[in-house]
Design a protein around this ligand. Structure first.
Ligand code: SF4
Length: 338
């Protein structure tokens, strides 16, 4: 296996508020190889987005990346980089696209000027060269008549076209890593499928590493090589997409899969994971998933389960006591039916 492009080790991002410390990301580690797609999955509030923003150091006070967190791009320690160095990393070596394109696109600038701006800033491109490259990028992401559309404003683009324009902007400087945070959630299913195809094709063409964040397991199954499942600020399971979707080991991953409709599987009704993610100000003691877990026993409420390794691992005491895996989600569903 080739050396990782990006390595995140023990990332902890805490928000030091007047009401207490919010441990939004709490000891997350993963790697990303060149040309690889890493899926990050979990419910809202589990720390996926904060982890991605931390990689780019886009955390505003009172948020802070805590001291022994380490983020390296190839051999470079980004946690030790100055703010000026980070400005040259963002949008250049590491780019990010968001769920809502209007958070990245400036409504009063033309699409062409916004793509060209990245090229002028990071590549010192002259105006004519930047415009030529901007048109090339729009063509690459499948926007028809790119030369003409360069002079249009974001509001003149449809939702799907805006998303494509944002991808063009993110890729303008040939980043080594692209972080896509729920980039298709706001789109209808046809456009969603087109954007996923586009990302997969561009990734193959350009050889970049892709981090794809979603709460939608169907999408992650379609696009990811490897997956990490996050819950309550931590990674609770990791593995290849085949391992994770074929044989999930953590009860939370099991619950998420059961809550995902699948073509060809008859379901009486769609399962849900009862309850919601606890407040990051007060994560539950022991295993953070224990208040919602159908297998929980006394050990889970007291002792913190470790995540042994990064490749294929589950942060769960069932790894040590597999005989306790009885009943589970099926029993819970039956109990709810009566
Ligand atoms: Fe459930 Fe216990 Fe495993 Fe946590 S450690 S996921 S509570 S079985």
């Amino acid at each position: 296996m080739s050396a990782p492009l990006l390595r995140v080790e023990n990332l902890r991002t805490y928000f030091h508020t007047a009401e207490g410390v919010v441990r939004a990301v709490d000891g997350v580690s993963f790697t990303l190889g060149p040309g690889e797609t890493l899926g990050i999955v979990g419910e809202s509030g589990c720390g996926k987005t904060v982890a991605c923003l931390s990689i780019l150091r886009l955390i505003d006070p009172p948020g802070r990346i805590e001291p022994d967190s380490r983020i390296s791009l190839r051999d470079r320690d980004l946690t030790a980089a100055s703010e000026g160095e980070m400005r040259s990393v963002r949008g250049n070596e590491i780019s990010m696209i968001f769920q809502e394109p209007m958070t990245s696109l400036n409504p009063v600038w033309t699409i062409g000027d916004q793509i060209a701006e990245a090229l002028r800033t990071h590549r010192s491109a002259r105006p004519a060269e930047a415009r030529r490259r901007a048109a090339e990028m729009l063509r690459l992401v499948g926007i028809p008549n790119p030369e003409q559309r360069l002079d249009e404003y974001p509001h003149q683009f449809s939702g799907g076209m805006r998303q494509r324009a944002m991808i063009a902007m993110a890729l303008a400087c040939d980043p080594s890593v692209l972080i896509a945070d729920e980039p298709t959630t706001a789109l209808d299913v046809t456009i969603q499928a087109e954007i996923l195809d586009l990302l997969a094709r561009l990734q193959e063409q350009l050889g970049m590493g892709l981090i794809f964040v979603s709460h939608d397991l169907g999408i992650i199954a379609q696009i990811a090589d490897r997956v990490i499942v996050m819950y309550a600020g931590q990674v609770v399971e990791s593995g290849t997409a085949d391992e994770l979707f074929g044989r999930p080991r953590h009860p939370y991953s099991e619950g998420l899969l059961r809550a995902t409709p699948r073509v060809g599987r008859r379901m009486r009704r769609l399962s849900v994971i009862p309850g919601s993610v606890a407040s990051p100000k007060r994560w539950p003691p022991g295993c953070r998933f224990h208040p919602r877990c159908p297998y929980a026993w006394s050990r889970c409420r007291e002792d913190v389960p470790p995540l042994p390794g990064e490749a294929r691992a589950s942060r769960c005491w069932l790894e040590e006591e597999p005989a306790r895996r009885t009943g589970g989600w099926d029993e819970l569903a039956l109990a709810e039916d009566h």
